[in-house]
Design a protein around this ligand. Structure first.
Ligand SMILES: [Ca+2]
Ligand SMILES: [Ca+2]
Length: 288
């Protein structure tokens, strides 16, 4: 884990290309206390240790299915594997048997993806992992503070240019979403958590690769009037905050691989592009 000193930073964005309905703005000065955060999202290897040690069953396993992206499924077996698709987003396929250890359903496995972020984990699953590891999920404010790496009001963890010197610095979508991912960045799907350079704080895989669950309930406007001192989000809600974007994000469709961008999903949902990383705070000193 990386120890971060905390402090006051400018959270959110007033960028013209942002999504106002997501509640990305307004920019506000937010203070976070010192904390620690994982350098990488939790990998399949680490999640496997948790499952081995506890016998934990993920929400996807209990429900018996998860959402897989259409082009990651074998064309030959498509009709056998897919039970249904999402009407408003037909690229999301309901696949019985899809889970963290079988990401494309029965017959798939993660042994060659040990260093990729775990996916098909719900917020509940991420929370359970943190309870086991003695950690916790980061708040959205902590996540964004860490993701910015000490830079002020930049679009990405490394600056304002998506491709510095024409190089890819994160795993997102290239091509025509949702039809053709040319994978110019080297990956159509998840990639190893250390595939791209870290930000100035040492965090890898912040932008793209997988979305990351945060502790907060999601609300599009709660932060406009909430405290800016270690904000923890609304006291209740129906969906949890996700940050960072994923390998499916593209400028034309989901320009949410920016550090200020935010999204949400219900806490029992799982998909092929959602994972998490953990945070930790030292317990306050006890006086004898
Ligand atoms: Ca990619
Ligand atoms: Ca990420």
């Amino acid at each position: 884990m990386l120890p971060l000193p905390g402090g006051t930073f400018l959270m959110g964005t007033d960028y013209a290309g942002a999504f106002p309905q997501d509640g990305e703005g307004p920019v506000r000065a937010v203070t976070v206390a010192a904390f620690q955060i994982d350098q990488y999202p939790v990998t399949n290897r680490l999640f496997g240790r948790f499952v081995e040690g506890t016998g934990y069953k993920t929400d996807a396993e209990r429900f018996g299915w998860s959402f897989v992206f259409w082009s990651h499924l074998s064309k030959k077996r498509f009709s056998e594997l897919v039970e249904d698709t999402v009407a408003s987003a037909p690229w999301w396929c309901k696949v019985p048997g899809a889970s963290w250890s079988s990401p494309e359903g029965p017959g798939s496995e993660v042994s060659l993806r040990a260093d990729h972020p775990v996916v098909h984990v719900s917020w509940h699953d991420a929370h359970a992992y943190c309870e086991w590891s003695g950690q916790r999920l980061p708040t959205e404010a902590e996540w964004e503070y860490a993701a910015r790496g000490g830079l002020e009001q930049k679009l990405y963890p490394w600056g304002d240019k998506l491709r510095p010197n024409g190089e890819h610095w994160c795993n997102i979508w290239q091509g025509d979403f949702p039809r053709v991912d040319t994978a110019e960045d080297g990956y159509a799907g998840t990639c190893p958590v250390n595939a791209f350079p870290p930000n100035n704080f040492g965090l890898h895989s912040v932008a793209g690769n997988t979305w990351e669950w945060c502790a907060d309930w999601f609300d599009g406007s709660y932060h406009r009037t909430a405290s800016v001192d270690n904000p923890k989000g609304p006291p209740q809600g129906t969906a949890r905050v996700m940050k960072g974007g994923s390998f499916l994000c593209h400028k034309s469709y989901c320009n949410r691989y920016r550090v200020a961008a935010r999204s949400s999903n219900t806490p029992d949902s799982s998909t092929a592009n959602m994972g998490f990383r953990c945070a930790y705070s030292k317990p306050p000193l006890q006086r004898a």
